[in-house]
Design a protein around this ligand. Structure first.
Ligand SMILES: O=C(O)CCC(=O)C(=O)O
Length: 404
């Protein structure tokens, strides 16, 4: 216990207020100063709560970075105070470790990095996680388990499509000329065998050790358009135990969907490889201008569904564990998919290809889909603007790479 307090405490300097951005409100500085001087968590909780409210009002896109930095500083102060409480109450060790882990993860999810030499929350989280995840019983996911519970694409109701073309690990030049430039979807095989994740992630003991104690947002319910859909924060360990391992236990379908897990837990990034194709660009960019792709994790049991939608970026959806059925529609068919004209989800079709309502959406009868089943080790190139509908046929872990 003392080691954790020393290891983490030693990385958090005393002058945390000096990392606050200049835009911070003086009342916030006052509350944080009182919290530090009087070792009083109540004051920092107040700052975390009202900053949380501000961060969750309006579009995330419009939230200023400085406000997120205020959240990070408050999270660090909360961690510092919790560590000194831990010293006074050694009997509560395990609960306190988990509490500190949660504060760090909330800081990583909502906050923003501070200028050096401020401590990096992901370093603190890694050190703590290495010390608290080991004692949970988590068996490997046997390949036979995946096979047993697998659904066949032909069993899915609704429409089916013509096969998406498949190529084996094309050269950059041929991928560019045949698919990237003309914006043609393609399934790419044989390009992921060198990813350590292909082996490591089939072992849930491994995922538990690396990520079990980490808090992540999980989507609950049939899919994000459904009225019963919600989101809940939980640890990866709880998610695996209650939603991935035992999905039949009567709870909602749980999906760790579109989550930047590899930014939150950089150790897991060592298990994947950014595909070379992500260096291609449709715009004239030199090497310095090209950015790393946005990398997201999609992890869940059989039956997760991502409704028919499109994204504005190039996408490689890489399948690590299990199988997914993907339906694709061309951007030229957009009208026949009836996306709402206004609101938050104008990139999502009203048509459900698994239960099409031809009366309400008659133009949908006129168009046809492309279809593929992604197997472990396969990647699907989805060009910008192409509509896609995704259903997991088994327990599944995919990684998407979005880039411009
Ligand atoms: O795998 C999924 O469920 C959806 C993936 C997706 O929509 C994407 O990568 O853009």
């Amino acid at each position: 216990m003392e080691t954790i307090v020393k290891l983490i405490g030693g990385l958090i300097p005393d002058d945390l207020l000096s990392f606050l951005p200049k835009e911070v409100h003086p009342a916030t500085v006052y509350l944080l100063r009182v919290a530090l001087n009087h070792q009083n968590s109540g004051y920092v909780d107040a700052v975390l709560d009202f900053t949380w409210e501000q961060l969750n009002t309006g579009h995330w896109f419009n939230v200023p970075v400085w406000l997120r930095q205020v959240y990070t500083v408050a999270a660090l102060i909360k961690v510092k105070l919790s560590l000194s409480e831990m010293q006074d109450e050694p009997s509560e060790e395990t609960i306190m470790h988990q509490n500190v882990m949660e504060i760090l993860d909330m800081g990583l999810l909502l906050g923003a990095p501070l200028a050096a030499p401020a401590p990096d929350l992901s370093d603190l989280a890694r050190i703590l996680s290495e010390n608290i995840s080991k004692d949970v019983d988590m068996k490997p996911l046997a390949v036979s388990e995946i096979k047993r519970q697998r659904l066949l694409a032909s069993d899915i109701s609704g429409v089916h499509g013509t096969p998406v073309p498949t190529v084996e690990c094309p050269s950059l030049e041929s991928f560019y000329a045949m698919y990237f430039k003309p914006l043609v979807p393609v399934k790419i095989t044989g390009c992921m065998s060198h990813w350590p994740a292909m082996e490591r992630w089939t072992d849930f003991t491994y995922l538990q050790a690396k990520a079990g104690a980490r808090t992540v947002p999980v989507e609950l319910g049939p899919h994000y358009l459904h009225p019963d859909w919600s989101q809940k924060l939980m640890t990866v360990g709880t998610f695996i135990k209650d939603y991935v391992r035992n999905p039949e236990s009567g709870k909602d379908v749980g999906y760790l969907a579109q989550h930047p897990l590899f930014d939150q837990i950089p150790e897991l990034k060592d298990d994947i490889r950014i595909p070379d194709y992500c260096c291609l660009s449709s715009e004239d960019k030199n090497e310095e201008q090209s950015e790393d792709p946005d990398i997201n994790a999609w992890f869940g049991p059989q039956g997760t569904v991502t409704p028919l939608h499109y994204d504005p970026k190039h996408n490689l959806l890489a399948q690590v564990i299990g199988e997914k059925r993907v339906l694709l529609y061309s951007p030229t068919d957009s009208d026949a998919l009836y996306p709402p004209k206004s609101g938050l989800v104008t990139n999502t079709a009203q048509v459900d290809p698994e239960a099409p309502d031809y009366e309400s959406f008659p133009l949908y009868k006129e168009i046809s889909a492309m279809e593929t089943v992604l197997l472990p080790g396969e990647m699907l190139y989805i060009p910008p603007g192409w509509w896609h509908h995704v259903r997991a046929l088994s327990t599944s872990f995919s990684v998407s790479f979005w880039w411009m």
